[in-house]
Write a protein that binds this ligand. Sequence first.
Ligand SMILES: [Fe+2]
Ligand SMILES: [Fe+2]
Length: 328
Amino acid sequence: MYTTELQKGAAPAAIANEPRALIDAFEARIAEDAFIEPKDWMPEAYRRTLIRQISQHAHSEVVGMLPEGNWITRAPSLRRKAVLLAKVQDEGGHGLYLYCAAETLGASRGEMIDALHSGRAKYSTIFNYPTLTWADIGAIGWLVDGAAIMNQVPLQRASYGPYARAMVRVCKEESFHQRQGYEIMMVLAKGTDEQRAMAQDALDRWWWPALMMFGPPDDNSPNSEQSMRWRIKRDSNDALRQKFVDVSVPQADYLGLTIPDPDLAWNEARGQYDYGAIDWDEFYAVVAGEGPVAKERIEARRKAWDDNAWVRDAAAAHEARRAARKAA
Ligand SMILES: [Fe+2]
Ligand SMILES: [Fe+2]
């Protein structure tokens, strides 16, 4: 999902010439569930994998502000507007913690942003779908933030300390996001026929992209195994996806809405739901940049970056003057 391996060909090979004693000590710390901290020695491949994962996660948070930011001015009441505003701000904060966590590994903010704007870096596929109605804001909170929680709760015990600690706060906020979305869905689902239809339509459009957020199936997820050994990832894509389906079905039932999957059925023997085939062609097309609003998203990010150049310039000038005063 936010953190799933989307960049192909990036599987970290073991780096030669790293001292065996250091590698052994590192692996022993991982094995005893200890945190790795910024000043600790770490294999280069571990560091690079983390930078890729954390920066991709950060990009997902800030690009994720766009589909919902789109509805702030059109929220149906002052209360909804205040709640949505707070939620979108939280996502900006998540991006900030995560960029900072990546910086502790030696990544530069400028390079990470540049990778996003130039299309080299990936972000979660889910944000390349448009938000067409107010019900989409409900569906996103319920399903997208719900999937985010599923993925991020285990990351609170990820092996890299700054990442794990950022996740603690992020997860608290995500649970508020999930509930505000579900509450919007509840109001619509129990409203007029038109509102109910709007809620159903949003569920129809967001369900499958939400399942894709967990990333490719386990047998096609080349870097998962290494990441699990390093405790950068704690559960497989398919295991998390299954968990998400199992909690979401009763929630949809409670709303009186229908999940758009004719193959969805309770499997008594497994004690889990069976679900239909995911359209992986669509997923890989969106990963490759062909999402319905992919170009618009990156355009919006670039524009925000350019429009706000004066803020960065002013902050840098202020800092330079302060340093000069201090030196004098
Ligand atoms: Fe978030
Ligand atoms: Fe969120």
